[in-house]
Design a protein around this ligand. Sequence first.
Ligand SMILES: NC(=O)c1ccc[n+]([C@@H]2O[C@H](COP(=O)([O-])OP(=O)(O)OC[C@H]3O[C@@H](n4cnc5c(N)ncnc54)[C@H](O)[C@@H]3O)[C@@H](O)[C@H]2O)c1
Length: 255
Amino acid sequence: MTNILLSGANGKMGQAVTRVAQSNDSVKIVAGYDINTTQNSDFPVYDKLSEVKENVKDIDAIIDFSHPAMFDSLLEFAKTNNIPVVFCTTGLSDEQISSMKAASKSAPIFFSANMSIGVNLLIDLVTKAAKILQDNFDIEIVEKHHNQKLDAPSGTALAIADSIADTVSYNAEYTYDRHSVRKKREKTEIGIHAVRGGTIVGEHDVIFAGNDEVIEVKHSAASKEVFAVGAVKAAVFMKGKSAGLYAMKDLIEES
Ligand SMILES: NC(=O)c1ccc[n+]([C@@H]2O[C@H](COP(=O)([O-])OP(=O)(O)OC[C@H]3O[C@@H](n4cnc5c(N)ncnc54)[C@H](O)[C@@H]3O)[C@@H](O)[C@H]2O)c1
């Protein structure tokens, strides 16, 4: 059994994690942490970590889907009590990322901007494909999201591009859409394109276009549950881990 403290318990993702945990016999959410303490579930929700009444020694992992404002106190709590923490909240500042990296020298920390196992597998696959195809194929990334999303391109599209750029032997340059550039495509470009509409949860399509052949690797998320499933798997993976900074690729490699 993995006992979990859920940060952001009353948010959309917190509720999704609660549903996933309820249908998984090997995990249990023992307490929640949220500025909104509405009682939605069968575990208590606290608005201060210092008020958590459950024995911290019985908590195996923390999952955080909340807000960057909660990051510092949560990191301190995890470090002090030596509880592995799975940070899923996005929009962390550079300082927060630096303090997470520093803390991972003495505490077990998991961080991924995209908790979907499928997206992380896609990154692994396209990185391998780019290594083989880089000389003869143009690489383009198309991402699609719902009409409420503020940022473009998505952080995941950039993470895919960064992994490919780290792999290819040339200095990759990112071209965002093409309307402002009126010239032929350079071999060293990675095109990144954002589409916004309706309720699309998230699609990422990586296109390798060669002479007379095209290879596409695509991931579609049909609901937010996929991120919750990944977070719960990460919490189970982190139980009992020693200090270090872990990511989805570590979980996939161990699976
Ligand atoms: N890593 C991933 O795969 C992934 C996937 C989905 C969402 N996210 C991220 O998880 C976070 C939560 O997403 P969500 O859709 O559940 O959001 P949400 O707004 O529905 O939930 C956030 C929860 O955090 C709480 N909260 C605590 N302190 C807060 C504060 N100071 N200000 C505002 N809210 C505070 C809110 O009360 C709320 O219950 C976001 O950063 C989102 O980008 C990450």
